[in-house]
Design a protein around this ligand. Structure first.
Ligand SMILES: NC(=O)c1ccc[n+]([C@@H]2O[C@H](COP(=O)([O-])OP(=O)(O)OC[C@H]3O[C@@H](n4cnc5c(N)ncnc54)[C@H](OP(=O)(O)O)[C@@H]3O)[C@@H](O)[C@H]2O)c1
Length: 366
C-alpha cells in the first residue's frame, strides 16, 4: 500500500488495518476512502495510538462482545480493531468541534474516524452515530485535551497506554474492596505482569488482603521488581499457595491454570472472576458473552459508582488514583514508538503472538 500523498486526489485516500476474524495473526493494510463530512459530522485523523494485549482481547471477543461493531470493516470476514489514543479534528460541521482540536478516545486501527458528535461541551463529546448507540457507553466518549482533568501534555504516552487499562484496574480494585474481598484472605491475579493486573495490585496492596501475582516463569523477575505484589509465583508453582480463602482475578483466561488452582485450593477457592483472556481463548461459545457473575466488566461497576458518587465524584477519585499511579508506572514501562501504518501492522503481529516483553509499551504515531 502506498500512503504517500502527492496530489489532491491521493490526499483523499486513507487506510485501514484489517484483521482476519477467524485468524487474528493475519493482518492486512488496505486503502480506504477518507469519508466525506456532512452536516452534524466531524472527521478525526488518528494521530497516536497504543497497542497492548487488551486490544487483542477486543478482537478475540469481537463477536461475543460486539467489539467489531464499533468500526465496521467493509470486507466480509475481516475486522477493524479498536485502539485507544489521540486524534485531531481535520474537518467539522458541528458547532463546538473545532478543526485542530485534539481528543482522547476509542479509535479504529485506521487513518480516520467519522463521528456524529452529541452532547458537545468543553470536556468533549459522545459519538451519536446510530450504529454505536446500543454499544457500551464508555467507549463512545471522546475527551477534549483542554477540558480533561486527567490530561497531562508531557504524559501522553502513558495516557495512551494505561488510561483505559487503569480504569479497569481502578474499578476492579474498587469492586473487590466494595465487596469485602468476597470473603477472601488472599487475592491471586494471573497475567500479573500485564498493565491492567499490576495497576490493580498497585491499588490493592496493603488494603487487608494478601496480593499474589501469577505469571510466566520468564516474567517472574519483572513482576517481582514492581513491588506491588506481596508474592509472585510462576504458573507451575500454584501448589505453593497457602490453603486459605482465596479469590482468583483471572486475566489469563487459561482453563488449565484455572483447573490447577481449583484442584490445589478446592473449597478454599471462594471466588473466580474473569477480567481478561491474555491467552486469547474465549472458551466455549457464550462463556464470556454476557456479564454474568463470573465476568468482570469495568463499565458495570462504573455505572454503579456513577449512581452513588456522581460522574464528577467518580472522575475525581480516578484522577487521584491516576496521579499516584502514573509517576510510578513511568518507571515500569519502556515506551517504544513506531511510525506509520506499517509499524502498526508489525506491532499488531508482535503483540498478538505474545512476543512483547512486559516492560514494553508500544505507541504508534501517524
Ligand atoms: N474486563 C475489562 O474491562 C478489561 C479491561 C482492560 C483489560 N482487560 C484485560 O486484561 C488483560 C491484560 O491486558 P493488558 O493490555 O494490561 O496486557 P499487557 O500489559 O499487554 O500484558 C502483557 C502480558 O499478558 C500476557 N500475555 C500477553 N500475550 C499473551 C499471549 N499471546 N499468550 C499468553 N499470555 C500473554 C503476558 O503475561 P504473563 O506472562 O504474566 O501471563 C504478558 O506479559 C487482557 O486480557 C485485557 O483484555 C480487561
Amino acid at each position: 500500500m502506498d500512503t504517500t500523498t502527492t496530489t489532491a486526489t491521493a490526499a483523499a485516500v486513507g487506510w485501514n488495518l484489517l484483521i482476519a476474524r477467524d485468524d487474528l495473526s493475519i493482518a492486512e493494510l488496505a486503502d480506504a476512502p477518507v469519508p466525506e463530512v456532512r452536516d452534524g459530522e466531524a472527521l478525526l485523523r488518528v494521530d497516536q495510538v497504543g497497542l497492548t494485549a487488551n486490544n487483542v482481547t477486543y478482537a478475540a471477543l469481537g463477536d461475543s462482545f460486539r467489539y467489531w461493531q464499533f468500526f465496521p470493516a467493509s470486507r466480509e470476514g475481516w475486522g477493524i480493531v479498536p485502539l485507544w489514543g489521540f486524534a485531531e479534528v481535520v474537518d467539522s460541521r458541528v458547532e463546538g468541534i473545532e478543526p485542530g482540536s485534539r481528543y482522547y478516545g476509542y479509535l479504529p486501527s485506521a487513518s480516520h474516524l467519522l463521528v456524529r458528535p452529541g452532547r458537545v461541551d468543553e470536556r468533549g463529546f459522545r459519538d451519536a452515530s446510530p450504529h454505536r448507540q446500543t454499544l457500551p457507553r464508555p467507549y463512545n466518549a471522546y475527551a477534549l485535551t483542554t477540558g480533561d482533568l486527567a490530561y497531562e501534555a508531557d504524559r501522553e504516552d502513558l495516557q495512551i497506554l494505561y488510561r483505559p487499562l487503569f480504569w479497569t484496574s481502578f474499578m476492579l480494585a474498587d469492586w473487590l474492596v466494595d465487596n469485602a474481598w468476597l470473603g477472601a484472605a488472599t487475592a491471586v491475579l494471573s497475567s500479573a505482569s500485564s498493565k491492567t493486573a499490576y495497576g490493580a495490585a498497585f491499588l490493592l496492596q496493603g488494603r487487608g488482603c494478601e496480593i499474589v501475582g501469577l505469571t510466566s516463569r520468564r516474567n517472574v523477575a519483572f513482576t517481582e521488581s514492581l513491588g506491588c505484589y506481596d508474592r509472585v509465583l510462576a504458573y507451575e508453582d500454584v501448589v505453593q499457595l497457602p490453603n486459605r480463602p482465596t479469590l482468583y482475578a483471572d486475566f489469563a483466561g487459561d482453563e488449565r491454570l484455572t483447573a490447577s488452582l481449583s484442584a490445589h485450593l478446592g473449597d478454599a477457592l471462594v471466588h473466580h472472576v474473569v477480567v481478561g483472556i491474555t491467552n486469547q481463548e474465549p472458551g466455549p461459545a457464550g462463556t464470556l458473552a454476557e456479564t454474568g457473575p463470573g465476568m468482570f466488566f469495568a463499565p458495570d461497576q462504573m455505572r454503579k459508582r456513577t449512581g452513588e458518587w456522581g460522574r464528577a465524584g467518580l472522575d475525581r477519585r480516578f484522577a487521584d488514583a491516576w496521579q499516584r499511579f502514573a509517576p510510578v508506572a513511568e518507571g515500569w514501562v519502556d515506551v517504544v514508538h513506531g511510525q506509520g501504518p506499517q509499524a502498526l501492522t508489525q506491532v499488531w503481529r508482535e503483540v498478538q503472538s505474545g512476543r512483547t516483553a512486559p516492560r514494553t509499551g508500544h505507541v504508534v504515531i501517524f
